[in-house]
Design a protein around this ligand. Structure first.
Ligand SMILES: Nc1nc2c(ncn2[C@@H]2O[C@H](COP(=O)(O)OP(=O)(O)OP(=O)(O)O)[C@@H](O)[C@H]2O)c(=O)[nH]1
Ligand SMILES: [Mg+2]
Length: 316
């Protein structure tokens, strides 16, 4: 667990962007507990995409506790704030966030969806690598048939991770290749099937209908599948992430979120907003472009790494 915190902290520290770090800094600079400090914290929360309701909720909770404990030490404010944020993320949190622990069926089917360029294909590569290392037999299905380059890109990830891949020609029906892929996984004893899909705007009906078809196709072969439908969201997206999640969830029941590009955002507040608005757990966070740059989302180490990100940087 400690090593997760350390790696995560190093990756987050690189970006000078920990928004909780900014809060920690504001608290330190202000040096006293007053109305202005509350406003400053709320302002940072808002600027970092925590959302109006969620930011207000956090500040109210904080003020309540400050009154209750009659807090005058700024260090205590930070501790209390940290606890409030932890509590939000831990609500209904199950300790089964690791993809490896979730795998309880064979083949275990995971579909990756999301708007264009968010990191679906990269996340598949990272997860395939992790599963392969754990000894799982992984099949990747190239369900993004839009661009030849997309199929090629997935092929490279399959090679790097040691997974097998099934693909079709460009512009072929994605549902058809997905059908073939699952059939093949069933007959060839694969442990896990990872399905890549084309990036699509959540507002485009025709493309969203295609996802419905993909979902139906999977169910024809394995009625309880997909076992996971993960929405990949770019952490830098901001409030639009909420609307993406709502629309995708309408066509394919989502089971969780992968927050990608967390290494490049100063707006980590989206994690709190997603938790507040939807009942969707963040399962993993992407912290770089490399094959190892995906972390299981663990609330405790996340909060710890984030609050200490800025501090770590000063020491370096
Ligand atoms: N820094 C960083 N870059 C990432 C991360 N995840 C993905 N990327 C980069 O984001 C870009 C897009 O990633 P893809 O995996 O191709 O995204 P996609 O969702 O499959 O894109 P489409 O298939 O075109 O919709 C690539 O340059 C990736 O290297 C991450 O966690 N951190
Ligand atoms: Mg892709």
């Amino acid at each position: 667990m400690l090593s997760i915190v350390r790696t995560l902290r190093q990756k987050l520290a690189r970006t000078k962007s920990g928004f909780l770090g900014k809060i920690a800094e504001a608290i330190k600079l202000r040096g006293k507990v007053d109305e202005e400090l509350m406003e400053e914290i709320e302002d940072i929360l808002l600027r970092c995409d925590t959302g109006v309701e969620m930011s207000q909720y956090i500040i109210e909770k904080l003020q309540e506790q400050i009154r209750f404990e009659q807090i005058t030490e700024v260090e205590r404010v930070q501790e209390v704030l940290q606890d409030i944020m932890k509590e939000i993320l831990l609500k209904d949190y199950q300790e089964t966030e690791d993809i490896l622990q979730m795998i309880d069926q064979k083949p275990y089917v995971i579909v990756f969806v999301g708007v264009n360029g968010v990191g679906k294909t990269t996340s598949i590569g990272k997860i395939a690598n992790k599963l392969g290392k754990a000894g799982k037999k992984v099949l990747i299905i190239a369900g993004d048939t839009w661009r030849a380059a997309a199929i090629e890109q997935l092929g490279i990830w399959a090679e790097r991770s040691g997974a097998q891949i099934i693909k079709s020609q460009q512009n072929a029906d994605p549902a058809a290749i997905i059908y073939d892929g699952i059939n093949s996984a069933l007959s060839k004893d694969f442990d896990v099937v990872l399905i890549d899909t084309a990036g699509r705007q959540h507002t485009k009906d025709k493309l969203m209908k295609e996802l419905e078809k993909i979902d139906r196709t999977i169910k024809k072969l394995i009625p309880e599948a997909p076992h996971q439908a993960l929405l990949v969201v770019d952490s830098t997206t901001g409030q639009n992430a909420i609307s993406q999640a709502v629309h995708f969830n309408d066509v394919m029941k989502l089971s969780g979120i992968i927050l990608s590009k967390f290494d490049g955002t100063a707006k980590g507040g989206i994690i709190f907003n997603l938790k507040h608005k939807l009942e969707l757990p963040v399962r993993m966070i992407g912290v770089g472009e490399g094959i190892e740059d995906l972390e299981v989302f663990d609330v405790n180490s996340f909060i710890e790494a984030f609050f200490s990100a800025e501090q770590k940087e000063e020491q370096d």
